[in-house]
Design a protein around this ligand. Sequence first.
Ligand SMILES: Cc1cc2nc3c(=O)[nH]c(=O)nc-3n(C[C@H](O)[C@H](O)[C@H](O)COP(=O)(O)O)c2cc1C
Length: 324
Amino acid sequence: MFKTRVTEMFGIEYPILQGPIQWKARAELASAVSNAGGLGILSALTFPTPDELQQEVRKTRAMTDKPFAVNVTLLPTARPVRYEDYFSAAIEEGVGIIETSGRSPEPYMKLLKDAGVKVIHRATRIRDISTGERVGADAVTIQSFEAGGHPGMEDVASLVRIPLAAETIKVPVIAAGGIADARGFIAALALGAEGVLMGTRFLASQECHLHPKIKEWILSAVETDTLIIERSIKNAARVMKTGFSLKILEMEEKGATLEELLPLISGQRSRQSYTSGDVNDAVISIGQAVGLIHDIPSVKEIIDGIVSDARLIAGRLRNMGIHP
Ligand SMILES: Cc1cc2nc3c(=O)[nH]c(=O)nc-3n(C[C@H](O)[C@H](O)[C@H](O)COP(=O)(O)O)c2cc1C
């Protein structure tokens, strides 16, 4: 049992959150994280309709009696999405914690606050988490340059981002990006965070049901096997470095238009790759932490490992004379 404002606020044992991983952050993964003492997060837009999100919430609740959250990613989508319908669906199902990302949650804050929901807003710029705090988020997550998915356009890594976030923000700060084990966890807490959120580490877990070829790619990847695409459309995305993503980068360098890029970077295409296992036919998000991942354990093993190794690290620091 660890105690920070994050564990207290969300009623969880350990300040470890699972990032919403599009197509994969479903009941199995989220409930496993919550059952292991962290906070599982369902990815709302993985489900084509709000009704299907509600079914997944019910399924998750049947698999855990611990708190879990729903993420709504407020990024432009290929299909028209009414975000308020997803928020309302989660509220109707009694979800008490909502994570927002991609854009300011301001237009939905009244809806969320009137329903008594706790809101976590995740963003990559200090000014955007400050906006999150200003419009009423109960906690914010600062996502740094190492992260899988969207690491922002400013290219600032955790060692600088987390302390800046912690000194700027009054509500609890959670750190995301590049954290895969107890070393990153303890470092993030030392830098001023009160919790961590991991995407890439939980992607490489038993409960994530990856195609064997994708598992193989992850296990053989090193920390330099990611690259950033979509800078040209101001939507930087860290993805697996493959022939496919290198081709997209080349197209961007040659001035490809959004219309030319869209069919290649679409979420539906990534979804198909998860099924076929063909990492060379779509972009798949992955963080630099992939270089720290050498196995695909269960979620419980990941969290238990972080907790026990964190204690060892704390002991090592004490032996160096670092204690009050
Ligand atoms: C495969 C994958 C899919 C992701 N999908 C989303 C998403 O749909 N919405 C979102 O807000 N973040 C998404 N993320 C970001 C994660 O939730 C998390 O913030 C990020 O992975 C943290 O950095 P890390 O990968 O270094 O742990 C995704 C990340 C990965 C690796």
